[in-house]
Ligand binder design. Structure first.
Ligand code: ADP
Ligand code: MG
Length: 659
C-alpha cells in the first residue's frame, strides 16, 4: 500500500504541470480569472483541481467545480482523481452528468459536464457553493461552454471571491483572455516529440477498411515494444466495425500460420473500442497497462483527441472525419453529420503519437484534401447548432435581450430567430418573446424543448405514464443490436416489436414487454436488445418521474388508447412534420425539403405509408433520413396556427385534401 502511494506520488510529480505548481497557484490566488494552456496529457484536468484542494480552496466548505464537454471524460477523470487521492468516488471527489449524480455533501472536487453547471446556475444564480470553477477543454468551444463563459462574465462581478480558471489544449487562448478583460495566460512548459506524418496517396474509399489494413500492417511489421496504436473514427458504428474487422483480419493471419483458432488465442494484442455510449466499466479498460508481450490498439471517437490521454501511444491512424452536430437552416434543425475534421483537430490527433517518444501518424486522406476540405479550426458549436434550449435557458435566467448577451462569438442572427420561432411554436414564449408558464416549466426539465413539451402535455392528455417511458427511451442510444453476420436474424427480432403507426410506440412496446418479463437481461439478449441501454432508460425514467413528482404532477396511464399518445407526441414535434410524397419519400412541411424514411422504421410494416408523420431526428448521410417516426392526423398538426398556414401553402401547390 505504501509503495502504491509512493507510485502515485511519483507519477503525479512526473507530469509537466507539477513543475509549475507554485506559479499556477499564485496566479489563481492573485487573479479572479486565469487562462491555462498546456499540451494534452500535461496534467491540467487531473492535477489542477488537486493543487487547489491541497492549497486550501475548499477549507471554507466550498467546492472546486470542473466542467468537461463530454460525459465520458467527466466520469473517467473523476475516477482517476479519486484514485490518486485515495478516496472513493462520491466522497471527496465526485462527478455529475445528466441523469447520473455521484456527488455528496462530502464532495469537495466535483467534475461535471458543462450542461450540468448550466442547470445549477438556474437553481443558484451566484453558484454560491463553489470557491473555484475550472472550465476545462475550453478550446472545444462547445455550446454549453460558450454560454457558461458568457454567464460567468457577469456572475464574477457579483462574486468577487470566486475564482475562474479556463484551460485549453491549444495555443489559441488569447480570445478567452480578451473576453475576460485581458486575464493572464500561463503556458505549461511541456515537451513533445516529433511525429512523422504520412498522408494517403489516393483518396480512401472506405476508411474503416483502410484503417484496419494500416493497423494490421503496423502490428505485423513492427516490434510490440515500439508502441501502441490509436485509431480515430467518427462514432460508435465505425469504431465497432473497425474493431471487428481488425480482429477478423488478424485471426485470419494467425490461423494461416496455425497459431490460433479463435481471436482469444491471439495473445499478443488487445483491442479496446471507446465511445460515449460504451458501458463505463468497459471505458476504463483503455487505461490498463498491458504486459510487455502485448500491444494495445485503441479505436476511439474524438474523445481521445484531447479529453482523455492514453499513455504509450506511438502510432496514430486518423480517418479524417468526425461526427458534428450541424444546424441545417433549410429545415431549421440540427442533424448529426459526418464532416471533415479541421487542421487543428488533425494536429491534435497526430500529436497523440508523440507524447512520450517520437511517433508516426497515418492520415487516411490526401495532403491535397487536407488543404482543400479542412478549415483551420472547427467552427464553434454556437455558430452551427440549434439554439432553442440556449434561448430558453437564458430567458429563464432573466436575460432580457438575448441578442445582447455576451457571446464570445456571436451566433448567426437567423439561428437565434429560428430558435425564437421554435420556442414560440411550441408555446414556450409568447408574442412578446417572454417566457410562458409552459416555458418556465419546460426549462426545469433536463430535456430538449420538444421532449419537455410532450412530457408536460401528457398530464392533460392523460398519458403521462407512457410518455415518460418514451422520453426515457429516446434519451438512450441504440436499443437494438445488429451483430455482424446475424443481421437478418436481428432484423426479424426487431420487427416483432413493431407498432405499425409509430417508432415511438415501438419503443414503448419494447419497454413494456421487458417490464412484463421482469426486466430480465436474458430476455434482452434473446431478443437482440441492449440490456444495458434499457437499464439506463429505466434509470432515466425514474429520475424524470422524481422531477415530475417534485412539481406535483400526477401521472396517468392511457391504458389501451395509444392514439392519444401519438396525438400528445405530435404537440411537441409539429415543427418536425412531413407529408408523404411518392414512394417512401416525405416532404418536410415547413421548408419543402425531401427526405426518406429510415429503413429501420416500423412504418414500413404498414401496407400504405401514412400521409402525415412527425419525426424525432434527421440523419444526414448521402440521403437525408427520418429516424424515429410517428404517423399523425393532419388535424393535430393544424392546431398550431402557423402550420395551418404551411399546410394551406402546400395545398395550393399539391393535391392536399382532408378526409
Ligand atoms: P490534460 O488534462 O492536461 O490533458 P490529464 O490530467 O488528463 O492531462 O492527464 C494527466 C495524466 O494522467 C496522463 O498521463 C494520463 O494518461 C493520466 N490519466 C488520466 N486519466 C487516467 C485514468 N483514468 N487512468 C490512468 N491514467 C489516467
Ligand atoms: Mg484534460
Amino acid at each position: 500500500n505504501l509503495s502504491y502511494k509512493e507510485d502515485i506520488k511519483a507519477t503525479r510529480q512526473s507530469l509537466p504541470c507539477f513543475r509549475s505548481r507554485t506559479e499556477l497557484l499564485t496566479m489563481v490566488r492573485e487573479n479572479q480569472v486565469s487562462i491555462i494552456v498546456g499540451e494534452t496529457g500535461s496534467g491540467k484536468t487531473t492535477q489542477l483541481p488537486q493543487y487547489l484542494y491541497e492549497d486550501g480552496f475548499t477549507t471554507n466548505g466550498k467546492l472546486i467545480g470542473v466542467t468537461q464537454p463530454r460525459r465520458v471524460a467527466a466520469m473517467s477523470v473523476a475516477k482517476r482523481v479519486a484514485q490518486e487521492m485515495g478516496v472513493k468516488i462520491k466522497e471527496e471527489v465526485g462527478y455529475s452528468i445528466r441523469f447520473e449524480d455521484y456527488s455528496s455533501p462530502q464532495t469537495r472536487i466535483k467534475f461535471m459536464t458543462d450542461g450540468i453547471l448550466l442547470r445549477e446556475v438556474l437553481l443558484d444564480n451566484d453558484l454560491d457553493k463553489y470557491s473555484c470553477i475550472i472550465i476545462d477543454e475550453a478550446h472545444e468551444r462547445t455550446l454549453n461552454t460558450d454560454v457558461m463563459l458568457g454567464i460567468l462574465r457577469t456572475l464574477l462581478q457579483r462574486r468577487k471571491d470566486l475564482r475562474l480558471i479556463i484551460t485549453s489544449a491549444t495555443l489559441n487562448a488569447a480570445k478567452f483572455s480578451k473576453f475576460f478583460g485581458n486575464a493572464p495566460q500561463f503556458t505549461i512548459p511541456g515537451r513533445t516529440f516529433p511525429v512523422e506524418i504520412n498522408y494517403s496517396k489516393y483518396p480512401v474509399a472506405d476508411y474503416v477498411e483502410e484503417a484496419m489494413k494500416k493497423a494490421v500492417n503496423i502490428h505485423l511489421t513492427t516490434s510490440i515494444e515500439s508502441g501502441d496504436i490509436l485509431i480515430f473514427m467518427t462514432g460508435q458504428e465505425d469504431v465497432e466495425a473497425t474493431t471487428e474487422s481488425i480482429e477478423e483480419k488478424l485471426l485470419e493471419v494467425y490461423r494461416k500460420k496455425g497459431e490460433a483458432s479463435t481471436f482469444h488465442d491471439v495473445n499478443n494484442i488487445e483491442i479496446f473500442p471507446i465511445y460515449s455510449a460504451l458501458a463505463p466499466e468497459l471505458q476504463s479498460r483503455i487505461f490498463h497497462k498491458l504486459d510487455k508481450t502485448k500491444r494495445k490498439i485503441v479505436v476511439a471517437t474524438n474523445i481521445a483527441e484531447t479529453s482523455l490521454t492514453i499513455d504509450g501511444i506511438r502510432y496514430v491512424i486518423d480517418c479524417g472525419y468526425s461526427k458534428l452536430k450541424v444546424y441545417n437552416p433549410r429545415i431549421g434543425l440540427d442533424s448529426l453529420a459526418i464532416t471533415p475534421i479541421s487542421l487543428a483537430n488533425a494536429n491534435q490527433r497526430s500529436g497523440r503519437a508523440g507524447r512520450t517518444a517520437p511517433g508516426v501518424a497515418y492520415r487516411l486522406y490526401t495532403e491535397e484534401a487536407s488543404e482543400t476540405d479542412m478549415y483551420s479550426s472547427t467552427i464553434p458549436e454556437i455558430q452551427r447548432t440549434d439554439l432553442s434550449n440556449t434561448v430558453l435557458l437564458l430567458k429563464s435566467l432573466g436575460v432580457e435581450n438575448v441578442m445582447k448577451f455576451p457571446f464570445i462569438d456571436t451566433p448567426p442572427i437567423q439561428t437565434l430567430l429560428n430558435s425564437f420561432y421554435e420556442l414560440w411554436s411550441v408555446g414556450a414564449i409568447d408574442n412578446f418573446g417572454e417566457l410562458t408558464k409552459l416555458g418556465t416549466d419546460m426549462s426545469k426539465l433536463p430535456l430538449q424543448p420538444s421532449l419537455s413539451k410532450i412530457l408536460l402535455n401528457s398530464i392533460t392528455f392523460g398519458c403521462s405514464t407512457e410518455i415518460l417511458i418514451i422520453v426515457a427511451m429516446l434519451s438512450i442510444p441504440q436499443i437494438f443490436k445488429r451483430p455482424k453476420e446475424r443481421e437478418k436474424e436481428s432484423d426479424k427480432a426487431r420487427s416483432r416489436f413493431f407498432i405499425p403507426q409509430s417508432d415511438h410506440l415501438t419503443l414503448l412496446n419494447v419497454y413494456l414487454q421487458w417490464k412484463s418479463n421482469n426486466f430480465s437481461t436474458q430476455w434482452c439478449s434473446n431478443h437482440f436488445i441492449q440490456g444495458k441501454s434499457l437499464e439506463k432508460a429505466e434509470d432515466i425514467r425514474k429520475q424524470l418521474l422524481r422531477v415530475m413528482e417534485k412539481q406535483n404532477f400526477t401521472l396517468k396511464s392511457a391504458g389501451s388508447n395509444w392514439d392519444i399518445i401519438r396525438e400528445c407526441i405530435c404537440t411537441g414535434f409539429s415543427h418536425q412534420a412531413a407529408k408523404l410524397s411518392g414512394l417512401k419519400r416525405y416532404v418536410h412541411l415547413r421548408t419543402g425539403m425531401h427526405t426518406k424514411l429510415h429503413p429501420t422504421s416500423a412504418l414500413f410494416g404498414m401496407g400504405d405509408l401514412p400521409s402525415y408523420i412527425i419525426y424525432n431526428e434527421l440523419l444526414m448521410t448521402s440521403t437525408e433520413y427520418l429516424v424515429c417516426v410517428t404517423a399523425v392526423d393532419p388535424f393535430w398538426l393544424m392546431e398550431s396556427g402557423l402550420l395551418l398556414y404551411d399546410i394551406k401553402k402546400q395545398e395550393e401547390t399539391n393535391d392536399y385534401s382532408i378526409g
